[in-house]
Design a protein around this ligand. Structure first.
Ligand SMILES: *Cc1c(COP(=O)(O)O)cnc(C)c1O
Length: 214
């Protein structure tokens, strides 16, 4: 696959779902990729937000591409929040203390990133906020002054599960309904293995990595 092929399959999934063309935006996940590979496989095809998953790697790459829109989608550790200054959107917020740490650092930056709340996906996975705690967490994160734009979910690995498509669609549809109920408009869902299903369910940001570089 290549970026143009991924984009056309996003557009095809939008069309099948009766969605506005371009309403699902591609976030190119570039963790572990060199700037040379990013230029060749992503930016040669147009301007796209780039998603990184490790704070120091993000800082180092962003220093060399200052005009670029950067997103962060990895784990958030207190002592690494300082590296997130270049970030426009954090996809992976899962605790109120993380919001407090970002809001505090952002005072020194003069601007704060938007954030998405990562929802737990129901499987044995450690990351994400339990569905029952979402609305309370949302209020506490908003109280820090950060702008909560939406929800993010990471699908579990269901390879080999005969009901894989149904289960992924159920997770994505559920997450879309929760965002709607909370009055949040952005939905970050879908990776290389499952993004057409996520677009079908209403994803506004799809986080594709491997497929852009293979
Ligand atoms: C790595 C990563 C992606 C991209 O996954 P691919 O399978 O490479 O498309 C998306 N979201 C998160 C949170 C990731 O860490």
């Amino acid at each position: 696959m290549s970026l143009p092929e991924v984009l056309s399959s996003i557009r095809a999934a939008e069309a099948r779902a009766g969605r506005v063309p371009g309403s699902a935006r591609l976030v190119a996940v570039t963790k572990g990729q060199s700037l040379e590979a990013i230029d060749r496989c992503v930016l040669a095809h147009g301007a796209f937000p780039l998603g990184e998953g490790r704070a120091q790697e993000l800082r180092d790459k962003a220093a060399l591409r200052p005009g670029q829109e950067w997103h962060y989608l990895g784990p958030l550790q207190r002592n690494k929040v300082k590296y997130l200054r270049p970030v426009a959107l954090v996809h992976s917020l899962e605790a109120v203390w993380q919001a407090e740490a970002i809001a505090q650092a952002a005072q020194g930056w003069g601007r704060a990133p938007g954030v998405l709340l990562q929802v737990h996906n129901g499987e044995a996975q450690k990351h994400g906020i339990d569905a029952g705690a979402l609305s309370g967490t949302l209020r506490e994160v908003q109280a820090t002054g950060l702008s909560v734009r939406g929800l993010m979910v990471m699908a579990p690995d269901l390879d080999g599960d005969p009901a894989r498509e149904e289960r992924l669609l159920a997770l994505f549809t559920d997450t879309a309904r929760r965002a709607h109920d909370l009055g949040l408009s952005e939905l970050s869902m879908g990776m290389s293995g499952d993004y057409p299903l996520a677009v079908h369910a209403g994803a506004t940001l799809v986080r594709v990595g491997r497929s852009l570089f293979s």
